[in-house]
Design a protein around this ligand. Sequence first.
Ligand code: ADP
Length: 398
Amino acid sequence: MVKQTVLVINSGSSSIKYQLVDPQTGQAYAKGLVERIGESEGHIVHKYDSNTTEVNAPIADHEVGMREVLRLFDEVGPRLSEAHIVAVGHRVVQGGRYFDGPTLITDDVRTLIHDLCALAPLHNPAHLKGIDVARDLMPDVPHVAVFDTAFFQSLPEETATYALDRDVAEKYSIRRYGAHGTSHQYVSQSVSHLLERDDLRQIVLHLGNGASVSAIKNGHAIDTSMGLTPLEGLVMGTRTGDIDPAVVFHLQRQTGWSAEELDTLFNKKSGLKGLTGENDMRAVRAMTTSDDEQTRRRARVALDVYITRIVKYIGSYTAELGGLDVLTFTAGIGENDTNLRTEIIERLAPFGVFLDEAANNARHDTAVTISTPESSVRVMVVPTNEEYAIAQQALSLV
Ligand code: ADP
């Protein structure tokens, strides 16, 4: 077996995603997902070597789920007692102003993560369940929290501050915290490493179910599209992204909908889903060739809204950065949707940005340049790997 591993845990409200990772190479020895915790029928998938083991049974709570995961490691492998686990790395969405890097979880740190629940009501309480159970079941290993917001604690005041009444903002901790920071940091550092340059002006487009874009100068984030919460910015699978906040007041006055109902509308029923009925980009792409004209039109409008929002951000971030050296695509859509990359880069042709069609269309599992040598900006596709990044950060503390 290997010298060192990190068990990476991403605990959601009804799920636990986990991966046993070599923090030196990123190799995943085993991974799995516990789903539908608290529902009548739960489900676990555990993958090790070429074997996939599935369990269908009720999973009452996170503790039952975590115990099942440890049992699967024991029975199916790899045995954790022989895996040389040096740390458990926990993904945490909101670190507020407290955390600008990976942090060893003590009781005090746990209290701070708990205090931040108001800022991330969907995420932090779920992370805490995973943290508490894992600390109970694996008390002899250090547990490390890696925050999605940490990379964006470097945002200058001018991009972190909303033009809101200063006292209200201060009292309620309202500012731009960003999210997806682990991915933006990992991808931008990979680019710097590959090009052997620290002095880069970079834009990273993380386009998955959630989507965000960041501007990075000399290794530090100077702007990012997600704000107080992951709702701001790009159009996403089910989120609006940027929208006039007066839409909220208008709907409240017109409908009397509660904050919770509006939250659900904006976070779960909007974005690609709101515009087309589908939140998955592959399904939206499939709609563009439907026999039904209205279906085709809706999909095209959704894609145009999606792409235009991205182009807007590329333009404004290029101006903020004072020029652009590298534009990088990552995450499910960014890494796989060749048409989308073409459609975005075509809009940048007036600025001398040109795509190498062959490189764009070829399948790659590793980082690749997809612009021509003449292009004024290098365009890259870099696969993100948040578990590897969390494992590396956890290792750096122990
Ligand atoms: P998450 O934010 O859940 O981690 P991912 O990064 O896995 O999401 O991205 C999921 C998105 O990637 C989905 O919208 C999916 O349709 C999209 N996607 C995956 N493969 C392709 C593909 N070949 N073409 C277009 N979109 C794709």
